[in-house]
Design a binder for this molecule. Structure first.
Ligand code: HEM
Length: 227
């Protein structure tokens, strides 16, 4: 029989105690939920702010999924515009703007600066993603830059140092593929056969509230209408 005590015993055998595992699971769930939901909220806010992009994303989803079906994971590789929207949302609104603090395990030199071993280092991904040295019209929300022909060939592996929404290196987000898929699946399901609008008198607002996870200053309120 599988009881908590039996699980605890097995876990102890694996040189790890139960509180450790509980914290580890809490971290995993915590790190996975806020990041994913905040990215979806930013995506909806940007699409409501740019109705022609919302229309293009909806058109693509309807062409791939049809009018009757529901969005499935197997549809995602065919949703190229949606993919570009998500990449652009993660560029302009990276949910963990300073990544998590890192410490070099030995003294190193980066771009001429000596970083002593153990120094706490924050990487300002928010600023890197808006740096005009790397991005044309850096402050403009423009998913097209990530479509083929748009000129931006970046992925989520952390190898393009000007695009690091999931971090890089040994401590890169371990939930990259789950997170990416969840965001696209939720977004496509929200857009499929549902029209969205802002409540009467509410203006589109993209102000940010700085934090470990960077959210919208005002939570997004949007009204759904079934097609
Ligand atoms: C859109 C979704 C997500 C984004 C944008 C995101 C982004 C990030 C970033 C930027 C980091 C810090 C990496 C670094 O400092 O180099 C991180 C760490 C982490 N993420 Fe995610 N994440 C997402 C989804 C998820 C999901 C779904 C999970 C798990 C199910 C997850 C689990 C973690 C964990 C455990 C860490 C800490 C890794 C470590 O310190 O070694 N994330 N994430």
């Amino acid at each position: 029989m599988c009881t908590w005590t039996a699980i605890q015993d097995k876990v102890k055998l694996a040189y790890c105690n139960f509180p450790h595992c509980e914290l580890w699971l809490q971290n995993l769930v915590g790190a996975g939920i806020d990041t994913t939901t905040t990215t979806v909220e930013w995506a909806m806010a940007e699409l409501l702010h740019n109705p022609h992009m919302m229309a293009r994303a909806k058109e693509e989803i309807e062409a791939v999924v049809g009018t009757d079906g529901t969005v499935e994971e197997s549809h995602l590789p065919m949703l190229h515009y949606l993919d570009a929207v998500v990449r652009e949302v993660l560029r302009l609104h990276p949910v963990i703007p300073l990544l998590v603090p890192h410490r070099p395990s030995s003294t190193c030199t980066v771009a001429g600066y000596k970083i002593p071993e153990g120094t706490k280092v924050f990487i300002n991904v928010w600023a890197i993603h808006r740096d005009p040295q790397f991005w044309e019209d850096a402050l403009k929300f423009e998913p097209e830059r990530f479509l083929s022909g748009g000129g931006c060939k970046v992925d989520y592996t952390g190898n393009s140092f000007h695009y690091l929404p999931f971090g890089a290196g040994r401590r890169i987000c371990p939930g990259v593929s789950l997170g990416e898929r969840m965001v696209k699946l939720i977004l496509a399901s929200l857009l499929h056969r549902i029209d969205w609008s802002l409540p009467d008198g509410v203006k589109s607002d993209l102000s940010e509230k700085f934090g470990i996870v960077m959210k919208k200053e005002q939570a997004l309120v949007a009204l759904p209408t079934l097609q």
